[in-house]
Design a protein around this ligand. Sequence first.
Ligand SMILES: *Cc1c(COP(=O)(O)O)cnc(C)c1O
Length: 331
Amino acid sequence: MAAFGTVFTPEMIISHFHNNSWSQPELVATDSISLHPGAHVLHYSSTCFEGLKAFRHADGGIYVFRMDKNVARLAQSSQLLALPQIDGAMLQQMILDIVKRYAADVPNPPGSMYIRPTHIGTEASIGKAAAPSLESMLYVLLSPVGDYFAGGAKPLRLLLEDSARCAAHMGMVKSGGNYASALQPIMKARAAVQADQVLFCPNGDVQETGAANFLLIDGNEIITKALDSSFLHGVTRDSILTLARDRGMKVSERELTVDELLERAQKPGTEAALSGTAAVLTPVGTLIHAGKEYQVGSGQGGTTTAALRQALNDIQWGKAEDKHGWLVKVC
Ligand SMILES: *Cc1c(COP(=O)(O)O)cnc(C)c1O
């Protein structure tokens, strides 16, 4: 199986913002776009994106998961980057249209069609370092993806760092610059302690990793950072917390310090996990902090993590009732 995110459908759907309005969305070849070398995005990082998935059910129906949430988040990211305002209804229709066109390419579970809406500032002006791009491009890429856990869900090793992933006021924007600022810490953590990811904990406050939210599961309680503007508000995080409440678990959205995390993690039965659209819910086996390694519970991931992941997958795959109305039928 090709690496996640490297296979694309031959076409994508695109709209251009020009003269204060969006063009009629059109299908174009995925292999290239034309950009002026002075385009705002290439110099001043006016770029944001989304990641959501479409699933094939046993009856052949194709469904997208929580599209409204992802479209709302792209609207928020665009606003915080001072990009032109997106038309949410138009973007939803673009997503439905392109997924319908490539419905035959949506893999069976555990595979899915990964959907990547992208919004970039295209105005050719290198003088706009401190001014917004008045032109932009909004396009939706499709990438069929297989089972993220084809090699088995190996529990992750996380390095806890007393630093921020990105500028504090940019945390809730799904924007390229934030990944650029987290890349060196992650590469260093891989080389130094064979960590899979860095868990960013500025001033001892447990936030998130480079592209996933962090959840601590202690018995019947899930603890995760309360929403604020410093980190990305994951749709998977919200879905897992909702399913946990449905199961009668206690959900605590609050500050979690590194000290409390390390203390709780060592208790038998404690679990930790990362949540995100690509990998759903991935168990964390080891926390590394100040030169010491702490095994989380058994170190092998736990039953609650597995059960919550299964509960979410069951809804996505049409094997359990969609009580919260998260799926939209494409065709
Ligand atoms: C995308 C992302 C997440 C997860 O969000 P989902 O909506 O669950 O996919 C978490 N943190 C960061 C930094 C992200 O980019």
